[in-house]
Write a protein that binds this ligand. Structure first.
Ligand code: ADP
Ligand code: ZN
Ligand code: ZN
Length: 817
């Protein structure tokens, strides 16, 4: 009897593929091992063994595999089960899931490109002959394709050789080489507290009569500190006083000035905590016990704790118990917040039991992390990662923490699998009979609904840690302010006064401006024309720093226009405002202070985001202006004022989640204020100060917001009452997009009746010269989800069979956000 295996290929195929294997191979192979297989005319892929059996395929003759690539399974049974669930629930191919789930280095294929690792330490004596030939080729040319390696070695089965070289760290695949980001340390000086009284100070100054330079340096120190209360860098002291670094050094040696590092202080602080153990406050302890009790009864607990209530410390305590039990814990958080901040806190507490899984890590690092987890090693007790970390090969998962569970970035948008990491993590945890904690200061409506309906356990914590008060939130009516001429640019007099007071006190300011659709566009005052992108249906936005008009969807750009392109009038103005304009205005109002922007433009470069955070932590920046990136759970100690420049453009976004989203964004950004002793302040500028959501934000009234929004969702048939599937058609041909969408919508309406909405063009209906059209399917609670998807799949198959629509791409998004 012949033997067969079904494999998952890293391709968007609807089915698994079957290959033949020998009896010896059948005896050796296990599910989850990699095999190299031929596919198509001449390609070779790495595939994952998903089943071993003796049933030949019906419609094609199975080809033999090229070879087995692993000695033990690389993919666990849980993972295979999980992938199958994701593919079925999110209606995509298992191959799509495979590609999202495994580090690229595990998936060598004939098209992969191999390069030498930078600074590779090549010990020729330790190389096998064939390995040596590959290395030698790479020393002559900078990169080779696997296909070329096959020619060089004159054989097909080369993947094991490349795999070995990757494992030895000598070659890398398809990748640039990433460097680790190390925040630079900055030296500060302060006065030794011993001299902090007048008598001592006078004595000291008398003593320094004999050292005039040192005295001068000290006097400069005082005069600088009198102007700015913020920490003083050694370098700034020497620049501003004109005294050499050597003189400052001698003051430090004498113990008059002290030198310190802001950065290491933070670590040392948490380091201390680890020696003493974290002492939960009484309220934290209560929440901790309630979560534990809740998880006895239920698999998921929603933890609603206000900003700065110390949720992280409670997670740490929960994790501690899990690892004492010998189990693994997974801590998932939105990508952007994967900063040094949280990692440092966890490492300080758990030492080298913490692994981080990060898309910015190099291939080799990701492979290493993967293997540690697969082997259930001592280093893999706790894994921190963004959404893709749910795909890691856990052996022994006991707890999943989803931090900031309301964040929409947990949902993958493109490419497939379009999964929601929070929802998928709950399923994953179930496979292990593990528990899940969802934490947020502003839970998603869906999770809160589940908690209120006793699907999840529910725990609240309504006090900030250390009796810090919640920030005081004040609303500024800018309609009136404009009328009374109390605005300067986009700033109310109130906002400017508060900024000044905060800066004078040596503290920092965060200003929030929503990015969405509100960057400035150019408009002609005569004919109303504004320059459009030729590839997308959007106006170009104005970027002052390079004097360009740019498209945010495709990157198309032209020089700023002085005259209207339609009517030649020179009466053109910019309308709307973005972060850049705010920064420009601020710089003229507060020229002595340092401002910086955090948005997509300024965080694009490698580690740009980390550098900004670090500079802000070290008070090298006084005012940080940013978009939603600012809201993500950051913990800055010196921010005392948060300003929301314009609440209205958030609220007016055409989406059923816009109000919930606005509430979450505003309350989260407000939560960055006053996280230490002093009470923080938040100012919200708005044209509609009486808007229900703004009122609810100002009172921190989550329950009120929930009640209102839930009613709307009920009335208009949206989640959590109905489930949604969005189907998007894309095509460069306008009429095919329309016809295809009509055909599909009609087919769906025959089956699902009035629960099909559209087809409709989205707000931006053309991107990179492709037209978009959406159809929305609403699924009532009593309707079977599995059945619905099956029917939808069938309609999809008929659609794909129509020749005229071959060029129309269809994207299915289950539970779209
Ligand atoms: P949240 O995640 O709820 O917004 P954090 O966990 O960031 O809040 O806590 C806010 C601040 O309070 C942090 O700086 C944290 O170190 C501190 N903190 C919270 N709980 C404790 C504790 N039990 N002991 C010491 N510091 C704590
Ligand atoms: Zn014009
Ligand atoms: Zn464009």
């Amino acid at each position: 009897m012949p033997y067969f295996i079904d494999v998952i290929l890293p391709l968007p195929l609807q089915k698994r593929f079957t290959y033949t294997i020998s009896e010896a191979e059948a005896n050796f192979l296990e599910k989850g091992m990699r095999v190299a297989v031929p596919f198509g005319k001449s390609k070779v892929y790495t595939a994952i063994t998903a089943a071993i059996h003796q049933n030949p395929p019906q419609v094609y003759e199975a080809k033999p595999i090229n070879q087995i690539l692993d000695k033990t399974p690389l993919v666990t049974k849980h993972q295979l089960k999980f992938w199958a669930w994701i593919a079925s629930y999110y209606m995509c191919a298992e191959g799509d899931v495979l590609k999202a789930a495994l580090p690229g280095a595990f998936l060598l294929e004939s098209e992969s490109i191999v390069q030498l690792t930078k600074d590779a330490n090549i010990e020729e004596a330790e190389l096998e002959d064939e390995e040596y030939l590959v290395i030698e080729a790479l020393q002559r040319q900078s990169s080779v394709k696997i296909q070329e390696v096959m020619k060089i070695l004159d054989k097909k089965n080369v993947l094991p050789i490349i795999n070995a070289l990757v494992q030895k760290g000598l070659v890398v695949l398809n990748q640039e080489i990433y460097e680790q980001y190390k925040p630079k340390k900055i030296r500060y000086v302060r006065l030794n507290p011993d001299y902090d009284n007048e008598v001592k100070m006078h004595q000291l100054l008398d003593e320094l009569e004999k050292a005039p330079k040192q005295k001068e340096a000290l006097l400069s120190f005082f005069s600088i500190k009198a102007q700015h209360k913020k920490p003083l860098k050694v370098k700034d002291l020497s620049d501003k006083s004109g005294v050499s670094a050597a003189i400052i050094k001698s003051l430090i040696k004498k113990g008059i000035l002290e030198e310190y590092y802001e950065k290491t202080d933070r670590v040392a602080f948490s380091g201390e905590a680890s020696q003493m153990g974290i002492q939960l406050s009484e309220l934290q302890q209560k929440a901790f016990s309630e979560i534990e009790a809740g998880l006895q009864e239920q698999d998921v607990c929603l933890f609603h704790g206000i900003t700065s209530s110390g949720k992280t410390e409670i997670y740490i305590k929960l994790i501690e118990k899990i690892i004492e039990n010998g189990q693994q814990a997974l801590y998932v958080l939105p990508e952007i917040a994967l900063t040094t901040q949280l990692i440092e806190r966890l490492r300080a507490y758990f030492g080298d039991k913490v692994l981080v899984y990060h898309s910015k890590y190099s291939v080799n690092e990701r492979v290493e992390v993967y293997r540690h987890i697969l082997e259930d090693s001592e280093k893999a007790r706790i894994v921190i990662g963004a959404r893709s970390s749910i795909f890691l090969p856990f052996a022994n998962l006991g707890l999943v923490v989803i931090d900031e569970e309301h964040e929409t970035s947990f949902k993958q948008f493109d490419p497939a699998p379009r999964y929601h990491a929070r929802d998928a993590a709950i399923v994953l945890a179930n496979f292990f009979k593990a528990k899940t904690v969802l934490g947020s200061a502003t839970p998603s409506l869906e999770s809160y609904f589940n908690a209120k309906h006793h699907k999840y356990a529910f725990v609240e914590l309504n006090r900030r840690y250390g009796d810090v008060l919640e920030p005081e939130i004040e609303i500024v009516d800018i309609k009136t302010k404009y009328k009374k001429k109390e605005m300067k640019g986009h700033f109310s007099d109130k906002m400017l006064a508060e900024i000044k007071e905060t800066l004078d006190g040596g503290e920092q300011v965060i200003l929030f401006q929503n990015r969405r659709g509100f960057s400035p566009v150019l408009e002609c005052n005569t004919c109303g024309h504004s320059p459009q992108c030729p590839n997308c249906d959007v106006s170009l936005t104005y970027h002052s720093h390079n004097n360009q008009l740019r498209c945010h969807y495709c990157g198309y750009h032209i020089a700023m226009q002085k005259k209207c392109m339609a009517c030649d009038s020179s009466e053109v103005t910019t309308k709307g405002f973005g972060t850049e304009q705010i920064e420009t205005e601020l710089k003229t109002i507060f020229p002595d202070y340092k401002t910086a922007r955090m948005d997509q433009d300024t965080t694009r470069g490698k580690y740009a985001y980390e550098k900004l955070i670090n500079a802000f932590e070290q008070q090298e920046i006084d005012i940080l202006i940013g978009t939603q990136m600012l809201t993500k759970g950051l913990d800055f100690r010196k921010v005392n004022l948060v300003g929301i420049m314009n609440a209205d453009n958030l609220l007016n976004f055409p989406d059923f989640r816009a109000h919930e989203r606005s509430f979450q964004l505003m309350l989260q950004v407000a939560g960055r204020a006053g996280r230490t002793k002093k009470r923080g302040k938040v100012l919200i500028q708005s044209y509609n100060p009486h808007h229900q959501i703004i009122q609810q934000v100002s009172m921190g009234d989550y329950a009120g917001m929930y009640k209102d929004q839930l009613e709307e969702r009920y009335n208009y048939k949206y989640p959590p009452f109905y489930r949604l599937i969005r189907i998007t058609l894309k095509c460069r041909d306008y009429s095919k997009t329309n016809d295809g969408a009509d055909w599909l919508a009609t087919g769906m309406k025959n089956v699902f009746k009035e629960n099909v909405l559209g087809p409709e063009f989205p707000p931006v209906a053309r991107i990179r010269n492709e037209y978009y059209k959406n159809i929305l399917l609403k699924i009532p609670q009593q309707q079977s989800l599995g059945k619905t998807k099956e029917l939808l799949q069938r309609i999809m198959e008929s659609f794909k069979a129509i020749g005229a629509f071959r060029s129309v791409k269809v994207v299915i998004n289950v539970d779209p956000i």
